[in-house]
Design a protein around this ligand. Structure first.
Ligand SMILES: O=C([O-])CC(=O)C(=O)O
Ligand code: NI
Length: 242
């Protein structure tokens, strides 16, 4: 399989695979988390058998009292095609246990999805609550978030940054708090299993190259298992050939 190089080709390529396939490759490349961003729920699904893929277009909300000025232009009117809209909060408004956010207002709603879809974005990931569940689903526009709500963001929050790194607080294995950074331009891959971020770095060509090989090997393992072979033996055999 030809390994893509332009971001357009990479997005088309990644749409053939699941976030699990991407995580397998990142694991193989030394990323223990596999790029998984935990605790997000897929409140509006992708089409069956499809992943939502795009480059992160990031938006940072903060309380209205934050000293930073509000961004003048509405973030939603500058969403680039083939992006995934990723909306976050400062670390001090995040929690490592449910509901993962201290903000009870929704940070995103159906009109935002309508505009994002019109601008040819491929999905939205909200590190907070969303509202208007039926509207995202009726649009068939994929959305992930930590939870749901009923109030709009404007009474509590303002946008203070667009296309800046977003920090996401999560619970770790050895530490109570770990921080994942989603950088603008990272590839975001999501489906019903969850959301993975894949950095656009020097390791990317190798990560992409491994994905179809590993999927092919696991297809062979599946056939073996159906024919009665022990799983561990078959996994070792086919994965060693990659
Ligand atoms: O109005 C808002 O600020 C959020 C919302 O409900 C929408 O995007 O539909
Ligand atoms: Ni709304």
């Amino acid at each position: 399989m030809k390994i893509p190089t332009s971001s357009k080709e990479i997005i088309i390529f990644l749409k053939q695979f699941t976030p699990c396939d991407v995580s397998d490759s990142l694991n193989k490349h030394g990323v223990a988390s596999g790029g998984f961003i935990p605790n997000l729920i897929n409140f509006s699904p992708t089409a069956p058998g499809e992943s939502a893929v795009g480059k992160a277009y990031t938006v940072l909300y903060a309380p209205k009292s934050d000293p930073r000025p509000a961004v003048k232009n509405a973030y939603i009117d500058s969403v680039p095609p083939d992006s995934i809209v990723v909306i976050g909060l400062p670390l001090d408004l995040q929690t490592t246990t449910a509901p993962y956010t201290k903000v009870n207002n929704a940070m995103y709603g159906g009109l935002m999805s309508t505009r994002a879809q019109y601008s040819k974005a491929n999905g939205s990931v909200i590190f907070g609550r969303i509202r208007d569940l039926d509207e995202h689903n009726d649009l068939k526009y994929p959305v992930w978030s930590y939870g749901v709500g009923t109030s709009a963001p404007g009474s509590l929050l303002k946008v203070v940054g667009i296309n800046i790194p977003l920090q996401v607080k999560v619970h770790g294995l050895s530490q109570d708090e770990e921080v994942i950074t989603v950088n603008p331009g990272d590839y975001i891959i999501g489906d019903k299993n969850g959301v993975v971020s894949l950095p656009d770095d020097e390791q990317l060509p190798s990560v992409l190259e491994y994905i179809p090989k590993r999927v092919e090997a696991d297809t062979k393992v599946s056939q073996d298992i159906k024919n009665g072979k022990p799983a561990a033996e078959s996994q070792k055999f086919w994965r060693s050939k990659i």
